[in-house]
Ligand binder design. Structure first.
Ligand SMILES: *Cc1c(COP(=O)(O)O)cnc(C)c1O
Length: 491
């Protein structure tokens, strides 16, 4: 006899629909970060159907589940073609962060370095996933300052940053904060001369740049010196979250990515990725979508995205008081206050005012680089094919928002956090003391600052929170934000 379910499937799914109603809209072009909307519902339906078919599969073992290896081979072949490396080999990972961690691990092991040794050189604008990789692998991350105007480093500064124990250089195509592409040909020459690996992080641009146009600077495997490349299928590959492609130019570098051991009484563990048992959902949905679109389908979507990006960049750059940072190539850009304007527009006040008009943009804090130069506070916009359908409304919102906040000073951190920053500055409080605070005390400090994580869904003054990130020592804000987000999932 089977026991009756506690709730019917219909009730449970209705409950889930209620929960989902609180989420930001994932479709329709209202949110210019996090989601990559092709604006074509048949892609969502195809991905869902492909995922349903592999739902019970364990991608851990391709000798048992041959479908997974067949689909992965085809995705690697697709990557070989669009990234121009006839013999590249690689792996479908769970996302950009995993691809970045594995790129560092593979380069470190291929260089014959032991865990806890070696260094990676990367521009300050390279994704934080490389800091995570360095922390997890015990590798030193050497961040080098970029030109605040162009947001890319000079080749001379790259060459100068390389140390005796450096085994890897990282370039972005493009970088997340500003959408600019590093000078990858120069990186390739330097990596070749120094005999080190070069990873191109195309997590963001990998499935857009191949069709962007002839004026795109060289960025893929055609650049001499590039040894590996990551491209997120769950960004401009329009796959549901959980898929990225990591390719290596040669087989030995790929093999160095694996963790393999037979040294226990169980089955031989041979893992190309960080996980053991592995979902095939990302592989199957990416495989289905890339086959469905083909290169013509991608080209069509990129044409719409490029059109929307370029007209949006021109429109925002023309707004009095704002400027677009550097020369972005691709579908992502950042907006800063124009210091030459008579009355500048604070980019975070602006983003908040744009949000009131129905579009969510992403605020990014100011950042002091290793050489002491400051990268300004910016607001980030990720443009997708669907942006084209809301372009007129979006440009209108951008202009009106700027008119509404022009001349307003930047937001200040919550008062309690300003007091905290003052205490660090005059030495009455040490960073180490705050880092040693237990969870409850950290939460109490947040609540005192008016940032109560238990007021879930309540209005958050993001501009004030981001201002606090720049005011307080970075490790302190990292700790506080951990407490803030962890509280969300405390039952
Ligand atoms: C998104 C992104 C990553 C990290 O990818 P996740 O999929 O979020 O883990 C790494 N590098 C760049 C340039 C990115 O845009």
């Amino acid at each position: 006899m089977t026991t009756p379910p506690q709730r019917s499937a219909a009730e449970i799914l209705a409950e889930l629909d209620d929960l989902r109603a609180a989420d930001a809209p994932t479709h329709g072009g209202r949110i210019l970060a996090y989601v990559y909307d092709a604006g074509r519902s048949e892609l969502d339906d195809l991905a869902a159907a492909a995922i349903a078919r592999v739902q019970p599969v364990n991608a851990l073992d391709p000798t048992v589940f041959e479908s997974v290896a067949a689909m992965e081979r085809e995705l690697i072949t697709f990557g070989r073609n669009i990234f121009h490396a006839a013999h590249a080999v690689g792996t479908v990972t769970s996302g950009g962060t995993e691809s970045c961690i594995l790129a560092v691990k593979a380069a470190r092991d291929a260089a014959g370095l032991a865990p806890g040794t070696g260094s990676v050189v990367l521009p300050s604008t390279a994704h934080a996933a490389f800091t995570k990789a360095a922390n997890l692998l015990g590798v030193r991350a050497i961040r080098l300052s970029v030109n605040p105007q162009t947001s890319v480093p000079t080749p001379e500064s790259v060459a100068a940053a390389i140390c005796d124990d450096t085994f890897l250089l990282v370039a972005s195509a493009p970088n997340y904060p500003t959408g600019c592409i590093d000078p990858i040909e120069a990186f390739g020459r330097i990596a070749g001369e120094r005999g080190i690996a070069l990873h191109v992080d195309a997590c963001l641009g990998g499935f857009a740049l191949p069709w962007w146009g002839a004026d795109t600077p060289a960025w893929d495997f055609r650049v001499a010196g590039v040894t590996s490349l990551s491209a997120d299928l769950h960004k401009y590959g329009y796959t549901p979250k959980g898929a990225s492609l990591l390719l290596h130019t040669d087989r030995d570098r790929h093999r160095a990515q694996y963790f393999s051991t037979t040294d226990w009484p169980g089955y031989p563990v041979v893992n190309p990725t960080l996980l053991g048992s592995r979902s095939a959902a990302g592989i199957a949905s990416s495989w289905a979508i890339t086959r469905f679109l083909g290169t013509d389908g991608f080209a069509e979507l990129v044409a719409a995205t490029r059109d929307a990006s370029q007209s949006l960049i021109a429109a925002v750059d023309a707004i009095d008081g704002l400027r677009v940072v550097g020369s972005p190539t691709g579908p992502v850009f950042a907006v800063a206050a124009d210091p030459t304007a008579d009355v500048p527009v604070d980019p975070h006040r602006w983003a908040a005012a744009v949000a009131e008009r129905g579009f969510t943009l992403q605020m990014q804090p100011a950042y002091t680089q290793p050489d002491g130069t400051d990268l300004p506070a910016t607001t980030h916009l990720t443009v997708t094919p669907v942006t084209a359908t809301v372009r007129t409304d979006l440009v209108d919102a951008c202009r009106r928002a700027a008119d509404a906040v022009r001349g307003q000073a930047a937001a200040k951190p919550p008062a309690a956090l300003s007091d905290l920053a003052a205490a660090f500055a005059d030495g009455t409080l040490a960073v180490a003391d705050v880092l040693a605070l237990p969870s409850e005390a950290t939460e109490a400090a947040l609540v005192a600052a008016g940032i109560d994580p238990h007021a879930r869904g309540g209005p958050l003054d993001m501009a004030a929170i981001i201002a606090a990130v720049h005011t307080l020592p970075r490790p302190v804000t990292a700790k506080m934000l951990t407490e803030f987000l962890a509280a969300f999932t405390n039952p």
